[in-house]
Design a protein around this ligand. Structure first.
Ligand SMILES: [Zn+2]
Ligand SMILES: [Zn+2]
Length: 136
């Protein structure tokens, strides 16, 4: 059994050839990918299969979704041991509006925010939008 199969099994996701391919594709990408990126990489696959694979990965904590303000959800692989816990695991993201790339900043966790009484955070998206300034 290879590493990806082992990981899918740990996350209780049934191994399929397509799931392994999509996992590999995301692992190779240093940046977060949109569904359209996956569609472009797997043109022979059914769109619904690709979409469902992403959703399964998200539900099982294999990938996390990022709203980078571009209107298209991006997905990136979770780190080892990630439970997508708001206080422990969620991190900042960085979006470059010149190259339209979104990257995880996993070493920067979401700061603890004190919410008004009676409210519980369900999800947090913290994205730093940047533009590239050429060095002079
Ligand atoms: Zn996660
Ligand atoms: Zn991330």
């Amino acid at each position: 059994m290879n590493e990806i199969e082992k990981l899918l099994e740990e996350k209780k996701v049934r191994t399929t050839a397509m799931r392994i391919l999509i996992y590999k594709f995301m692992a190779q990408n240093k940046i977060a990918v949109a569904l359209t990126d996956i569609e472009n990489a797997f043109t022979k696959a059914e769109r619904t299969t690709l979409y469902r694979t992403l959703k399964t990965f998200e539900e099982k904590g294999i990938v996390h979704q990022i709203d980078d303000g571009t209107g298209a959800s991006k997905y990136a692989l979770c780190e080892e041991g990630c439970n997508c816990d708001i206080e422990q695991d969620l991190h900042l993201h960085f979006h470059c509006s010149n190259c339209n790339e979104t990257v995880c900043l996993t070493e920067h966790k979401i700061p603890q925010i004190n919410l008004p009484e009676g409210y519980l955070a369900e999800d947090v998206n913290l994205v730093i939008i940047t533009k590239y300034m050429a060095r002079r």
